[in-house]
Design a protein around this ligand. Sequence first.
Ligand code: C5P
Length: 219
Amino acid sequence: FAPKLLAGRSLLLTAGPTREAIDPVRYISNHSSGKMGFALAKAAADMGANVTLVSGPVNLPTPTGVNRVDVESTDDMLNAVMAQVDSHDIFIGCAAVADYRVADIATDKIKKSATEMQLSLVRNPDILAGVASHTPRPFTVGFAAETQDVARYAKDKLIRKKLDMIAANDVSSPELGFNADSNALKVIWEKGEQDLPATDKLTLATQLLTLIAKRIDNA
Ligand code: C5P
């Protein structure tokens, strides 16, 4: 039985991939399954929080009691998050947001003719950094998926994006992280850090949310 450490709190989080259209039938995306974000949503609801889950396209059922908003593109995700940010006191950016989108989405299906073709891409807005620079801002938590020097890159991201906390995972191991059912996290905040060793994503979600609840109470 989970203690209601988040009773009276409201959590907004992003999960899954975003999808950037190329033309009406094609898109650019990534392999994010959404499992970690959905585990966080379920664990937070079990801990008593009011939860809004902004999700990219995934194949997962909505956890009981969670308010879900489905989006496709990064722009849609940004708009959904910004529309909700003022009514939530914690934000977790768990989505694997596409870093670039197609500069000009073709209105009709692109025909194959030339042997080579080029797509022009433009940088997407950073949703997490947008939330962190919003006033008033929620307690803002980011994820960092790294394959090397995990702690150093994560600390750098904590400072650069002005986050309250960052949860870093090493995605170089195929058993952990992306798409897997298990994960391990190194959680870093301004004045401390804690390793959460490999376990299933729901257990890990509860552990991360427990750390967040403690940090908010100390703030
Ligand atoms: O910089 P990087 O993409 O590694 O940062 C990862 C963190 O930033 C994750 O929490 C992710 O959800 C968030 N992010 C975002 N919007 C982007 C890119 C990343 O919210 N455009």
